[in-house]
Design a binder for this molecule. Structure first.
Ligand SMILES: [Zn+2]
Length: 531
């Protein structure tokens, strides 16, 4: 419909706008509106205007129609009547051409809300279409890049907000830009189960990392609320504004704010253009001073669950669509520097050489050997270089990185200790010096056993698989921050294309998205209010 409007002439577009009734106007008073319009206008409280408000609305309506020659159109979903009247007042200031575009955009939003009410699409294909739609907002013309608080990022947030409103949620955007939609429980129960994931992306990203964990819950809630279902607790879906750390090099901004772990010193960090995070927030209409107040009260929380693509090949290789995360791996990262003795590649005999690169090569193989064969333990040398090296010089120095991750800290620490011992043996045998520097040390975050059990039962009921795969997450997630304030669990969804992620080839199937939605729905319906 929006594409047809874009192709239409200006006169045709005006006909479309003029076909809309005046807000709280004569048709509303005489009861001549369509049932949809009546419901929407009543939902914003427009039918309950005080005489003063009504007179003001009429006055503004008249001024608006006189200025633009068409009625004021706004999607009232999620607005109260004061917000509607304020919007009318502001838009009266617009120039004609701009206001016409705003009116058409609002008509597109109204159509979206009404379609969502009418169409009962299978969740899987709906989720795939939503992920495609969000991927159109990008910082770069080619591919998907969506960094914190860029125009593409704000547009993504606005659309997620609309979808949450369409699903019947109460929506707020908090001080760091998290979009939070609440589905209030029966009997006003405020105890809240949280779910969600991040909507920012890495550069040249896939369409599902993070976003899947927002779209699955939205589509499930839309379906449940359309069917008239209610949960005995409040469900809050959080679209976290920032997780990847692309723009300001600090990660998990969204979940840190909700967990009360936001370090205000980060507000002074600058992006590549020298803009501080504080300035970027203010420019986006956010209030950095309100971040501490965005923290959730842990006493009101029943837990946090995150649906996420696996970002690896384990489920794919096991032919399993869904899996249960057991923990989010801890990681230790070290930089090692090997110092030997540089020399002429032609004159120094082999037995007396002190070749730093050859020692480093032994170390690389030692990492691979030590980290193979223990389930849940992985080790990687991702950086390896001979600074100032030349083809005809024996390397006098070699630098490398070592990244070790495991699903439990004991396994990780034992692997590192063994590698340090091996490093000493290599150094003494080759008469080189090897210095290690630890640059990152993150403890492993286990998923709550009860949450794992509930996910396993939901997967079993939905897929018929008796023992769904359980696997650690090698990547970090918002869930590891939220685990600091509440019980945490994660559902993994199979990736296609060999399990590739953080890449445009990242993909999942509509059938798997459908299963994820059904498992999530089952999880919600069986989640106990009291532990
Ligand atoms: Zn992610």
């Amino acid at each position: 419909m929006c594409a047809a409007v874009e192709r239409a002439t200006i006169d045709e577009r005006l006909l479309l706008i003029r076909a809309h009734p005046e807000l709280a106007g004569r048709a509303a008073i005489r009861g001549e509106l369509t049932p949809e319009s009546t419901r929407e206008q009543q939902g914003a409280g427009l039918a309950a205007c005080t005489p003063e408000e009504f007179a003001r609305l009429q006055r503004l309506n008249t001024a608006y129609t006189q200025k633009f020659g068409f009625p004021f159109v706004i999607a009232v979903k999620g607005l109260n009547r004061l917000a509607v009247i304020t919007a009318l007042e502001h838009r009266l200031e617009n120039a004609l051409e701009h206001e016409r575009a705003v009116a058409l955009r609002e008509i597109g939003r109204i159509a979206g809300f009404r379609l969502a009410d009418l169409v009962d699409e299978p969740p899987g294909s709906r989720i795939m279409a939503m992920a495609e739609h969000l991927a159109r907002f990008s910082d770069r013309p080619d591919g998907l890049s969506c960094a914190y608080l860029t125009p593409a990022h704000r547009a993504t947030a606005a659309l997620i907000r609309d979808w949450m409103l369409g699903a019947g949620l109460d929506v707020e955007i908090d001080a760091v830009g998290n979009v939070i939609g609440r589905w209030h429980g029966a009997a006003g129960n405020a105890a809240t189960l949280l779910t969600g994931s991040h909507y920012d992306t890495v550069v040249d990203a896939g369409k599902f990392d993070g976003r899947l964990g927002i779209l699955v819950p939205i589509s499930v809630v839309a379906r449940l609320s359309r069917a008239g279902a209610q949960l005995p607790y409040t469900l809050a879906i959080v679209a976290f504004a920032e997780e990847e750390g692309v723009r300001f090099k600090s990660t998990f901004l969204g979940s840190r704010a909700l967990a009360g772990r936001f370090d205000s010193a980060m507000l002074d960090s600058v992006d590549a253009d020298g803009l501080t995070m504080r300035e970027a927030m203010v420019a986006a209409g956010l209030d950095p001073g309100a971040i501490p107040a965005a923290a959730l009260d842990p006493r009101t929380l029943l837990g946090f669950v995150e649906v996420h693509i696996e970002q690896g090949p384990v489920l794919l290789n096991a032919s399993a669509p869904l899996g249960v995360a057991t923990s989010i791996a801890g990681s230790v990262r070290c930089l090692a520097a090997v110092t030997g003795l540089a020399g002429h590649a032609g004159t120094v005999p082999m037995p007396v050489r002190r070749d730093a690169a050859a020692a480093a090569a032994e170390l690389v193989l030692a990492v691979e050997k030590r980290c193979s064969g223990t389930p849940g333990l992985v080790g990687t040398v991702g950086l390896l270089q001979v600074p100032g090296g030349a083809m005809n010089v024996i390397p006098g120095r070699c630098e490398l990185s070592v990244d070790i991750r495991a699903d439990n800290d004991a396994a990780r620490d034992a692997a590192l200790a063994d590698l340090l011992a091996e490093s000493e043996r290599i150094a003494s045998r080759r008469t080189v010096e090897i210095q290690w520097r630890r640059v990152l040390d993150v403890r492993c975050v286990p998923c709550a056993p009860r949450m794992q059990q509930r996910w396993a039962e939901s997967i079993r009921r939905v897929t018929g698989v008796i023992e769904p795969p359980r696997l650690p997450s090698g990547a970090g997630h918002d869930a590891m921050v939220m685990a600091q304030i509440t019980e945490m669990g994660m559902l993994f969804v199979r990736c296609g294309n060999g399990g590739i992620s953080h890449h445009p080839s990242e993909t999942i199937s509509a059938a798997d998205a459908d299963l994820a939605a059904r498992a999530f729905e089952d999880f919600l319906l069986n989640f106990p209010v009291s532990p």
